[in-house]
Design a binder for this molecule. Sequence first.
Ligand SMILES: C[S@@+](CC[C@H](N)C(=O)[O-])C[C@H]1O[C@@H](n2cnc3c(N)ncnc32)[C@H](O)[C@@H]1O
Length: 220
Amino acid sequence: LGLVSVPLWEQERLRIAAGSTLRPGGFSLTDRAAEVIGLLPGWRVLDVGCGLGATVERLRSRFGAQAWGIEVSDTQIARIQGVSGIIQACGDVLPFVSDSFDALYCECVFSLFPDQKKGLDEFWRVLKPNGFLVLSDLYSLDDSKIESFSCAGRAVPVLQTHEAVEKKGFFVRLLEDHSPYLKELAAKIIWAGNDENEACARRLGYYLMISQKQGAFHAG
Ligand SMILES: C[S@@+](CC[C@H](N)C(=O)[O-])C[C@H]1O[C@@H](n2cnc3c(N)ncnc32)[C@H](O)[C@@H]1O
């Protein structure tokens, strides 16, 4: 029973399957996005929902970024080892002043936000003009949504996310399907969150979306 109440990303079996990156694709999409946006040494980058801090470390060691992470979970925060610059906070109330970052990563987290509009408002606020938003996440291949706190249960069609991002005023520069990474990870574990049957009942994919904050104009 204890296992069922613990979200998948806090379970040992995900760490065994995925290592320190708690998402499909590991660093592949992190690196791909960094290359697409032309991430340069010294850029200020925030990783929202940073899990164990693997991306924060990666962005520093491979790309020379000044990187920070925020993570909401006590359990994850307690597990982070040897990574500085991680702050405990919720992704839709970011403890940073406006126009702080050149890029913001949110990997396999956005579908978990209880209020995605509020999340996008915060992403927009803390990004500098022309800053990049890198989202990667699960999406569903149908319109149904399950009232659930698992990644699988809360996934929505990718076009819904695309529309919300554009409505906020971001310009979507790249949208790619990377569902094979999800299949690869699902082959090692059952991608389930709180309810394995719910995940199995859904048709899911995985996307990478890169958007840019447009100049100084602000869409409400
Ligand atoms: C599937 S894990 C991905 C972790 C990390 N991004 C990675 O790819 O390794 C989802 C993470 O998002 C965190 N999380 C969920 N909702 C959040 C929120 N509203 N704000 C910040 N973090 C959140 C969870 O605690 C968990 O660590």
